[in-house]
Design a protein. Structure first.
Length: 225
């Protein structure tokens, strides 16, 4: 989502952070994220707009807890290819989607810019190759993946979609779970699967106090190349 939308939709937990926390972000992350922030933005608006970045990079355990209580709808998982030689999870987080890709692929690569989330993923899925990288500049060769997927991260950003296509081999699939603007993808030739939402598993109330109502992923768009 763009910065203004991120400000509007910031969950209640934004109050947990301050502008000083933005300065605590790793230098490369801070530079990358501030590039999308309008000049002169500071204080509450800056913190609200960077809420998810602050969680991913400063408190990855919080994101991991949220992801565990927002499992991907099993029918979406079942709609993915059953067996491929190579799969890539872009913006993999702590491995919510990666674990399913690893069950379907002989080789799985997880691309994730947060060092903390990569650490959790590596401990949980040691057979997966977890590497640092941004979606708009994937550190991967052309046509290296038969299944390139992401969960809850991307909308119709031309740079990102170009990279997803670049690393996906002819005949392979790009799959985006909980994409932003799914109607755009549908209108542009992607297959859209929208399922009735399943309730979140029983979870601590503090999780909703911080992140707002839980919404386990129940929508996916796919493109066969």
């Amino acid at each position: 989502m763009d910065f203004e939308e991120a400000v509007e939709k910031a969950p209640p937990g934004w109050r947990h952070f301050t502008e000083d926390d933005v300065a605590r972000l790793p230098a490369d992350v801070r530079e990358h994220e501030l590039a999308r922030v309008p000049n002169g933005t500071h204080g509450e608006r800056l913190v609200r707009g960077l809420f998810w970045t602050l969680v991913y990079h400063l408190e990855p355990e919080r994101w991991d807890e949220l992801a565990r209580f927002e499992p991907i709808h099993p029918e979406l998982v079942a709609a993915l290819p059953a067996s491929v030689d190579a799969a890539v999870d872009v913006g993999a987080g702590s491995g919510r989607l990666t674990v399913h890709l690893a069950q379907r692929s002989r080789r799985t690569v997880a691309v994730e810019p947060s060092a903390g989330l990569r650490g959790i993923l590596r401990r949980r899925l040691p057979q997966v190759e977890a590497i640092a990288g941004w979606a708009e500049e994937l550190p991967l060769p052309d046509a290296c993946s038969e299944l390139t997927a992401a969960c809850g991260a991307f909308g119709p950003d031309p740079a990102i979609l170009s990279e997803l296509r670049r690393v996906t081999a002819a005949g392979g699939m790009v799959a985006l779970i909980s994409p932003e603007q799914p109607e755009w993808f549908e209108a542009n030739g992607w297959n859209r699967i929208a399922l009735p939402p399943l309730p979140a598993p029983e979870h601590p109330g503090a999780l909703e106090d911080f992140f707002g109502p839980l919404d386990p992923p129940h929508e996916m768009v796919t493109l066969q190349l």
